[in-house]
Design a protein around this ligand. Structure first.
Ligand SMILES: NC(=O)c1ccc[n+]([C@@H]2O[C@H](COP(=O)([O-])OP(=O)(O)OC[C@H]3O[C@@H](n4cnc5c(N)ncnc54)[C@H](OP(=O)(O)O)[C@@H]3O)[C@@H](O)[C@H]2O)c1
Length: 376
């Protein structure tokens, strides 16, 4: 049984943060979480609702502090700050803006860089100065070589302000660590998807937004085809068949981070929680289309649009999916030797993305979309 800790965590209402909080509570730690309130909903109610959704039913080891990472001092009152500083054994920083839009650049940097700076200031004032920082494997940006866990900035370019801001945040963490101001471990998940056993997912980023885009485009057509057969939708998607996307299930990411964090050797280290075998676009896209019961969607290169101009639907889809299209052209390769090594003698293994696995993940989400109450 591991030592019981008091953990200060940001991002508990989010995808990773909620699952991580659930796991850390399950291990009998005390969690002090920083969360924002929403209009008419106090922060605690928001956190409890999200945690219930990921299976938490006991809340006696949970305290919620209303605050905001983008504000100096995290928006905590003096007494709340004292309580946090006095009790904290370690800080887990998951909160971030996951927007990728160029027009949100300022906001993204304020959250991801400014927010991390504010969290670092708090970590420095705790007695242990221990930080677990959640970054992303995609700080590797547009690198085409193998991205190592030991590397951060190798002069790479970035495809969007999210990648760039997360890289800057990591550089700040590394700098504070180098100066001995904090003791940090950094975790870099790739694209996090649902639970490997059930396929269930609670927040719908990344590939789920892509599936939702397709599902929405098909909705109107499907109403005209009540028999539920395959829909023919000739749609060219700009992307390279043999390029990959790197999917990791949420349970692997959370189990992996919690296990690695327990190991004192993780101090000062960085880990790619990425899939050792990324999935080729020509595998996942056709199978997602099969689950959606649609035919005619194909990955094509730029040349195809030079020969035959885009249809209205293709142009609309490309505009709406601009962010995902960036990744369909290719992604960096992530070296995950350190993470694999750290998890070697455990039962924690990243599952290979097979056809069954895609069926489970996409199937769960398509059922969810089909069965959710209709918006009026
Ligand atoms: N999801 C992925 O595929 C993925 C992959 C690699 C890395 N990551 C990293 O994992 C971490 C968590 O991502 P996620 O997928 O869980 O994102 P998410 O579902 O969008 O959650 C983001 C969390 O950050 C909180 N937050 C944002 N701005 C805040 C602020 N100003 N003050 C306080 N809290 C704030 C959000 O709170 P509200 O509920 O109040 O908005 C939410 O709890 C991030 O650092 C992300 O970069 C995610």
């Amino acid at each position: 049984m591991s030592e019981r800790k008091t953990i200060f965590l940001t991002g508990a209402t989010g995808f990773l943060g909620s699952h991580l909080t659930a796991r850390l509570l399950e291990q009998r730690n005390h969690l002090n979480v920083l969360a924002r309130g929403a209009k008419n909903v106090p922060a605690r109610d928001r956190v409890v609702a999200v945690l219930r959704d990921v299976g938490v039913s006991h809340f006696e080891n949970l305290d919620v502090f209303e605050g905001d990472i983008s504000v100096p001092g995290l928006g905590l009152s003096e007494s709340a700050t004292r309580r946090v500083l006095f009790s904290t054994d370690e800080v887990w920083h998951c909160a971030a803006s996951l927007s990728f839009q160029e027009e949100d650049r300022e906001e993204i940097f304020r959250m991801n860089v400014g927010g991390t700076r504010n969290v670092l200031e708090l970590v420095k004032r705790t007695s242990t100065r221990r930080l677990h920082h959640v970054s992303t494997a995609y700080i590797a940006g547009s690198r085409s070589d193998l991205a190592l866990e030991t590397e951060i900035d190798v002069g790479q370019g970035f495809r969007n302000p999210y990648e760039e801001s997360k890289c800057q945040a990591e550089l700040m963490v590394a700098d504070a660590e180098r100066r001995g101001a904090i003791a940090a471990s950094v975790y870099r998940p790739s694209i996090v998807i649902g639970d490997s056993k059930s396929g269930r997912v609670t927040h719908f980023h990344g590939v789920y937004a892509f599936i939702r885009g397709l599902w929405t485009a098909l909705e109107r057509l499907r109403r005209r085809m009540p028999d539920g057969g395959f829909i023919k939708l000739p749609l060219r998607v700009l992307g390279a068949e043999t390029q990959t996307l790197n999917f990791v299930p949420i349970d692997y990411v959370v189990d992996g981070m919690v296990e690695i964090a327990k190991n004192p050797n993780s101090l000062g280290e960085t880990y790619h929680l990425a899939n050792p075998i990324p999935t080729e676009n020509r595998l996942w896209l056709p199978h997602i289309c099969r689950v959606l019961r649609v035919e005619g969607i194909q990955l094509v290169g730029e040349n195809s649009f030079l020969k035959t101009p885009m249809t209205k639907l293709e142009a609309l889809f490309q505009k709406q999916m601009a962010f995902y299209y960036q990744y369909l052209q290719g992604e960096p390769r992530f070296d995950c030797r350190r993470a694999l090594d750290a998890l070697k003698n455990t039962s924690i293994e990243c599952p290979r993305v097979t056809v069954d696995f895609i069926d489970k993940m996409a199937g769960w989400y398509v059922d969810f979309l089909n069965n959710r109450p209709q918006m009026t």
